[in-house]
Design a protein around this ligand. Sequence first.
Ligand code: MV4
Length: 462
Amino acid sequence: MFKKILIANRGEIALRVICACKELGIKTVAVYSDADRNSLHVRFADEAVCIGPPRSSESYLNIPAVISAAEITNTDAIHPGYGLLSENANFAEVCETSDIKFIGPPPEVIRLMGEKEKARQAMKRTNVPILPGSEGVIATAEEAKEWAIQIGYPVIVKASAGGGGRGMRVIRAETELEGSFNSAQAEAAAAFGNGNLYMEKFIEQPRHIEFQVLGDLHGKVISLGERECSIQRRHQKLLEESPSTQVTEELRQQIGKKLSECLAQIGYVNAGTVEFLMDEDGSLHFIEMNTRIQVEHPVTEMVTGIDLVKSQILLAAGAKLGDIIPRLDRKGQRGHAIECRINAEHPEKFTPSAGKIKTFHVPGGLGIRVDTAAYAEGVIPPYYDSLIAKLISHGRDRDEAIMRMRRALEMFIVEGIHTTIPLHRRIMADPDFQAGRFDTKYMERFLAKLQEERVQLTAVSA
Ligand code: MV4
């Protein structure tokens, strides 16, 4: 087992990893930028190393600085958290060549999943359902035209190096094809240094449903069920839940089995998330895979009782899935969990709201969990992600999870900066949300409805 782990991250996820290490009796090293000197991850780690100026590009993303910090502290392994270096195959490679265990999949698997078109073909080969689409990269608009005829309009072209919504174009008719194809190619080349595009049938109003998987170093992969993540705005998720009201036990088992087989073949190791779109008739279609622990992992933890971050560490150290997860826990999901992302943002304009927190009161009680690194009198720097807390509720069923979330949102007080708390209060009160009637277009409709009613969310937050 590792004696010491360096956490190459900040904020709530750095604290989350420290929690797992403490429970495993592993020493921790925090790295921090000049802007994070007074952050809680620095306080709760056993050691802390300053790795540079506030901007991420000069600190948390600076590979030589992170590796040097690991070397001077005699670290055995690095946990990258999410974002930052977590899906950087080169970083994973540098860790391994420096004799430091990277807590995540092998570099070649990170690289494969980073090339969305290759990931798609890999899933197809092992019978994971994918959308009708192109095979291999599309070189020219002419070629794209032929694929579009075969697939049938509407189609979507996506950047192979993209993901998270960048470098995509929906094409509804042949007249739009050449223009959209060329602009997507140029955008992808500029953004990712790689203009490779592929094409899929376009699903108009999908739900976004993702499966959590864990793989060990002995060739075994298991699925821990799904999360429903459709409630998002501009590709930023706002709240997630597990299980999805739309996934039957039969579908969950069927997809879980296929994923276990497919990912075992690929050599998948550690935690991962497989993203699907659900169409109007309830079928799931693979779109991409994320090779990291995700922000929304707690909803899976609440319904499975499995500590995913502890599992990541144990799996990286060579543990067998059968030894760390009792058969009973693998049976399935108990109850229902919801996570609200509390961002330091204006709740309507979604513009960042950095500054000093004046009051910070966190709710608690049965069925409530708060993952945060924020505190009263603490400062939210403007340089990083705006997520300041995750409020998670768990109940015997969805209604109970919603009721618990509603009372916890009432008792969550943040003063001094704007947050998304008032927005979440409104969503929880929405009959469509309560009935489970939503898809990836939900927030557009919801925000339009608020505008019509002229609801001032900031007034609620004061
Ligand atoms: C799609 C799609 C419809 N059809 N692919 C957006 C982010 C990227 N991960 C994939 N995305 C989409 N791919 C096909 N074939 C619609 C989206 C999409 C979306 C997906 C998940 C969550 C929110 C979304 C919001 C807009 C578009």
